[in-house]
Structures are given as C-alpha cells and as structure tokens.
Design a protein around this ligand. Structure first.
Ligand code: IPE
Ligand code: IPE
Ligand code: MG
Length: 251
C-alpha cells in the first residue's frame, strides 16, 4: 500500500525551480485496466477521469504552466460506436461537473483538434468551459480532442499558404518560429516532458512537431492507476536528465 509519506518523499526530491513548463500526457490503458478488473471498457474510461482530476490538481499545485492531455485522436473514430458515444457523454459529464472546481483552482481550459467535427452537444460544452475559465491565470489545461499531430501540421501549412496568397507574409519570411505560430500549440510553452501510460513505446500521432526535443517518460501503469506518486516520479526523473539539445554538457 502506498503511504502519504511515500508521496512526500518523492516530492521532496523535486526542485520546484526546475519544473517542466509544459507537460503532455498520452493517457492510455483505460480499456486494459477495465479488462484486468473484469469490467467493460467504458468503466476504464470512467475510472480514468479520477486520474485526470488528480493530475490537474497536482500540476496546478506545483505551478506547472501548461498541461496537454490527449483525450481522443482522429484515429479513435475507428472504435465501436458505443464506445465513442460513451466517451463523448463522459466528456460532457466531466465538464458539466468539473468546470466549477477548475474555476476554483484558477485553471484555464483550452481544446485543440478538429473541434468543429465533434457532435454539437459536445461543442457547446467545450465553448462553455472555455468561456467560463478564460480569465483564470493558473494552469493552462489544454485537451486534445479529435486531434492528430499530422493534421495539425497540414492545417498549419494550409493556413500559412492562405496568408501568403493574401500577401500577409512573404515566402522568404518563413522559418521555424513563423511556422510554429500556425500550430495549435503556438501560444503554449515548449513541451518539456511527455508522459505515456500503459507501456506502449509510440507517439500515436500526438504532438509531432512539438516533441522534437521533449523528454519522454513511459510507464507500464494503466491510466486509471496513474497517481500523484507516478507524476512526481516522472518529474523527478525529468530533472535528472541532461538535456543537450544536440550540444554537449560539461562533465
Ligand atoms: C485511452 O485508453 C483512452 C482513449 C484512447 C480514449 P484506451 O481506451 O486506449 O485503453 P487501451 O489502450 O485499449 O487499454
Ligand atoms: C492514443 O491512444 C490516443 C489517446 C490516448 C487519446 P490509443 O490507444 O488510441 O493509441 P494506440 O492505438 O495504442 O496507438
Ligand atoms: Mg489505447
């Protein structure tokens, strides 16, 4: 059994002045967790919501600037209709209940992905959540919904091409900084740390451009079981990494 002291012990290893500014999480393993408990997949998604609340509270409490959570990919539409419907309903239920608490925590909500392709009742809840939390100055909670890293890059290219066509920008002005400005994450800090639960060693079309020099932390723990201790462990490990960005570090 995990004790509170165990959490505190790991927390004491974390240097609060060197936290990642932006943490992204691929919340994976809900279905397998449910299966391991003899429950239907949707019970795994429900249980995963508790981990979402935990991780938001912890990130906000530590003073992390931005947290991007991968909630639904463009490829997830290939799942059974029943599961998709349940996921959309769960998201709306979460927003209806949680926005009040997110406001209390001073969390600002954002969404990225092809939001306009989501059912209208979902879009309405998202708009409400954005509006109701827009003035908050704490953690930026960015939820990737109907998101695809490749699609985000293609949309950026398309938008950039339109701006060139309209004479707003010249072709020879394009550089990495300009291009980055067209991505959904343009106004967020660099993604310093990417966590994936459930042990899969892949990116699954999540942030592609953004993770060029991101530190990766993968745990076999299924998302519904991901708790503060795991999060602290990821942060403590992150702080042990030598980020060289292609250069060298003094030995
Ligand atoms: C992650 O858990 C949640 C979503 C992708 C919506 P999964 O549903 O992918 O769970 P596994 O990977 O099948 O165990
Ligand atoms: C990635 O998980 C997407 C989300 C967590 C929303 P998946 O379960 O969809 O990824 P794969 O299929 O294992 O690559
Ligand atoms: Mg999965």
């Amino acid at each position: 059994m995990k004790t509170k002291n165990e959490d505190e012990e790991i927390l004491s290893l974390i240097d609060k002045s060197r936290l990642p500014e932006h943490v992204a999480i691929i919340m994976d393993g809900n279905g397998r967790w449910a299966q391991s408990q003899g429950l239907p997949r949707i019970a795994g998604h429900q249980a995963g919501m508790k981990s979402v609340k935990r991780v938001i509270k912890t990130a906000n409490g530590l003073g992390i600037k931005a947290l991007t959570l991968y909630a639904f990919s463009t490829e997830n539409w290939s799942r059974p209709q029943k599961e998709i419907k349940a996921l959309m309903a769960l998201l709306c239920k979460y927003l209806k209940i949680e926005v009040k608490s997110l406001n209390k925590q001073n969390v600002q909500m954002r969404f990225m992905g092809r939001i306009h392709q989501l059912p209208e009742f979902v879009q309405r809840e998202l708009a409400k959540a954005i509006e109701e939390t827009s003035k908050n100055s704490g953690l930026i909670l960015n939820i990737a919904l109907n998101y695809s890293g490749r699609a985000d890059i293609v949309e950026a290219v398309s938008h950039l091409a339109k701006d060139i066509h309209a004479g707003k920008i010249q072709v020879d002005e394009i550089n990495e900084t300009v291009f980055q400005g067209y991505l959904s994450t343009s106004d967020l800090p660099e993604v310093d740390l990417l966590i994936r639960t459930s042990g899969e060693m892949r990116i699954s079309n999540f942030l592609l451009w953004e993770i060029a020099y991101t530190e990766l932390w993968i745990t076999p723990v299924y998302w519904p079981e991901f708790n503060c201790k795991h999060f602290y462990q990821a942060l403590a490990d992150y702080q042990k990494r030598k980020r060289r960005f292609g250069g060298t570090v003094a030995l």
